[in-house]
Design a binder for this molecule. Sequence first.
Ligand SMILES: *Cc1c(COP(=O)(O)O)cnc(C)c1O
Length: 342
Amino acid sequence: MTTKKADISWKDLKFGYLKTDYRFVSHYKNGKWDDGQLVSDDYLRIHESSTALHYGQQCFEGMKAYTAKDGRILLFRPDRNAARMRQSCEALLMAVYPEDKFVDAVKKVVKANERFIPPYGEGASLYIRPFLIGVGENVGVKPASEYVFSIFVTPVGPYFKGGLNPCHFVTSEFDRAAPRGTGAAKVGGNYAASLKAHQIAVEQGYTDCIYLDPATRTNIEEVGAANFFGITKDNVFVTPDSPSILPSITKYSLLHLAEHNLKLKTEQRDVPVSNLDELVEAGACGTAAVITPIGSITHCGITTKFYRDGTEVGPITKKLYDLLTGIQFGDIEGPENWVVEL
Ligand SMILES: *Cc1c(COP(=O)(O)O)cnc(C)c1O
């Protein structure tokens, strides 16, 4: 039996929130997690002195469920999100939600909201947002003794509008994270610090801003809330290497696909903003951004354009996009254990 789909114009979906039927909620108290349950209430009731509200003790994840051509529901590398949330929790001294239970809870909440999973071929998917917050009575600056782990889902379309049309970016004079701070953890604090930089870039007519490495401000670090990659004149796939970059699962997947499927040389190394001419293609990658071609980067008033003067997606970026999305939607067989069927 197939569930009747929700009455949604899938093709018009943007990257926004739409209330679905169920979310998963689990509480941590007295040193242990409860079994958790699916609830329909989209509000959380938490104590006014929760550390999440005052000291930013919270983290989150972002992943997607896809409908394959034959109707199967697929997750892309959910074990990697579970592992990364553990690392984020460890960075902020929060209770860790067990990785195997994380994946089980994701499956449970996706299944419960099946009617909101966009059908195959609509260019949309079900965005999954797990998050973990410090709660309970606690006014001093110290880790909370109680936590809430929750997952909600919402159907989404593209993050940067325009599909595979190149977007244009400008470097920011702000940093999203400190050199030895929490840049590698998926925590809200990094995002609070990015809102102003994003707004300034948009006001200047750009899609988003590019962050430079906070230690030296000479290398490309992140593209808004996505990782950066480029293709050199010699067809080398390059992506920045820095302890303050969020380790994107999409980026590591592209590194693998570039090397093993496209047989390209790959390099994780500094990408100097003064040497962007070495790149013929550039892109932003992440669960939300998927692969978004970068048409140009403006830095200190100088604009560097990429493939065909920044007007078209480059051939390698296109190949990577087709491979990645082909695997995610079940059209192409990916490496073992990348795709998990519900
Ligand atoms: C989540 C995130 C990414 C992308 O990571 P994926 O695992 O590929 O979704 C990139 N940069 C930042 C800052 C992020 O928060």
